[in-house]
Design a protein around this ligand. Structure first.
Ligand code: PHE
Length: 409
């Protein structure tokens, strides 16, 4: 009862207001306040807003600007009036019309709102600037300039009012491909060339795929080697790309030659060599008669392709629950050529990835018969590779989004 009372009061207030509301006033009220209860009424409101927006844009274009500064300023003003995140008319429509809309009206309001937003893109400063002429500008040039041809050299006489056409235009800065993506693609190219296919898997992974199926049972101390971020007791942010080994085996069976580039997450304290999120490339080959020699040959070829022909490789024993035997691949230090320096801790070698022969238990978990098939696998850190390739000394730089760093690649 109390509610309908208020409703009546507010509607009679509107009824008494003779002056039609301005577009800004409409936008600052809800659809209910505006008594727009049908989809026709909503469509009409959006049509009005679109027309207002378009006519403001036209007015700016027709009015032009005295100089470049005024043009940028006017373009920015109009842009902010409509598109400012806070208090811009478009975001107010979102707040006042769309969000509180009734359940029946909402889908229609949403559609109209998206269409409005699409059109409003024409008000982005960059686009507006291109549309708004500077007065006495290029358009006036043909009548005011005289072309003279003398001694075969065309010369252009331009009156004072005309724009100097030799001034540089607006340059739109082009981004570049992130170094991590570049390195990942380079690694992909090398393995695609060897006949490997690219697989992917979820970053939010089950404990089963991330650990159990990889022969890392709950009570095994090796589980602590991965500082895991748990989503809940059955779900983790994958700590490595190895779960994709199992997923790929389940999906495709043997023979199988795949790599999986992707993100991995660890509960590490960030420093110059650790990041909570980083990238790995996993590799897996399963076939009849696959031996450690295939693993060595393939990774040696890969290292030379990636780092250059002078690189030497060295395998040392290691441990991973999902490979047996396991190894660590080192390459001769790219910085000192194997002489010994700070990066390689005077050893001449740098460890670059873990690898080994796929454990029979892991093949079994992937649905593959270990008596018939064998396989090898490796896992490498992409940031690590990028750091070595480009001599970068801090892994954090990859995630800070500093253009001065990124545009160097
Ligand atoms: N998953 C291991 C890690 O993240 C790397 C690895 C992959 C080792 C495959 C052996 C075989 O440390």
């Amino acid at each position: 009862m109390a509610e309908s009372e208020t409703d009546r009061r507010s509607s009679s207030r509107h009824a008494r207001t003779r002056d039609p509301l301005s577009i800004d006033e409409k936008i600052s009220r809800t659809l209910k306040d505006l008594e727009a209860t049908t989809s026709e009424a909503v469509a009409e409101l959006f049509a009005e807003v679109t027309a207002a927006m378009e006519s403001e844009r036209q007015a700016l274009i027709e009015g032009g600007a005295a100089d470049e500064r005024e043009r940028s300023q006017k373009a920015k003003e109009l842009r902010d009036r409509w598109l400012a995140r806070k208090g811009g008319l478009v975001s107010m429509i979102d707040e006042n019309w769309l969000k509180p809309a009734s359940k029946e009206l909402k889908p229609g309001v949403g559609r109209a709102f998206n269409e409005l937003r699409r059109r409003a893109a024409a008000l982005e400063t960059d686009r507006l600037i291109q549309d708004v002429p500077v007065r006495g500008g290029a358009a006036a040039l043909p009548q005011q300039a005289t072309l003279k041809f003398g001694a075969g050299v065309p010369s252009l006489k331009i009156t004072e009012a005309a724009t100097d056409l030799t001034l540089p235009g607006f340059r739109r800065p082009l981004g570049s491909i992130h170094p991590v993506t570049q390195v990942m693609r380079e690694i992909e190219e090398i393995f695609l060339g060897l006949g490997f296919a690219i697989e992917s898997g979820p970053e939010i992974e089950s404990v089963y795929y991330n650990f159990d199926a990889l022969n890392i049972p709950e009570t095994h101390p090796a589980r602590d080697d991965w500082d895991t971020l748990y989503v809940n007791s059955e779900t983790v942010l994958r700590t490595h790309t190895s779960p994709v080994q199992i997923r790929a085996m389940e999906k495709h069976g043997a023979p199988l030659y795949i790599i999986c580039p992707g993100k991995a997450y660890r509960h590490d304290n960030p420093d110059s060599t650790h990041a909570t999120m980083f990238h790995q490339v996993e590799g897996l080959a399963v076939d009849t008669d696959i031996s450690f020699a295939d693993l060595k040959g393939t990774l040696d070829y890969f290292a030379r392709k990636f780092f250059g022909d002078k690189i030497k490789t060295n395998f040392t024993p290691s441990f991973f629950p999902f490979t047996e035997p396991s190894g660590e691949l080192s390459i001769s230090c790219v910085f000192c050529g194997g002489e010994g320096c700070r990066v390689c801790k005077e050893s001449g070698w740098v460890e670059v990835m873990g690898c080994g022969m796929v454990h029979p238990e892991v093949l079994r978990h992937g649905g593959i018969d270990p008596d018939r098939y064998s396989g090898w696998a490796f896992g490498l850190g992409v940031e690590r590779f990028a750091m070595m390739k480009y001599d970068i000394n801090d892994i954090q730089l990859f995630q800070q989004g500093d253009v001065r760093f990124l545009e160097q690649f």
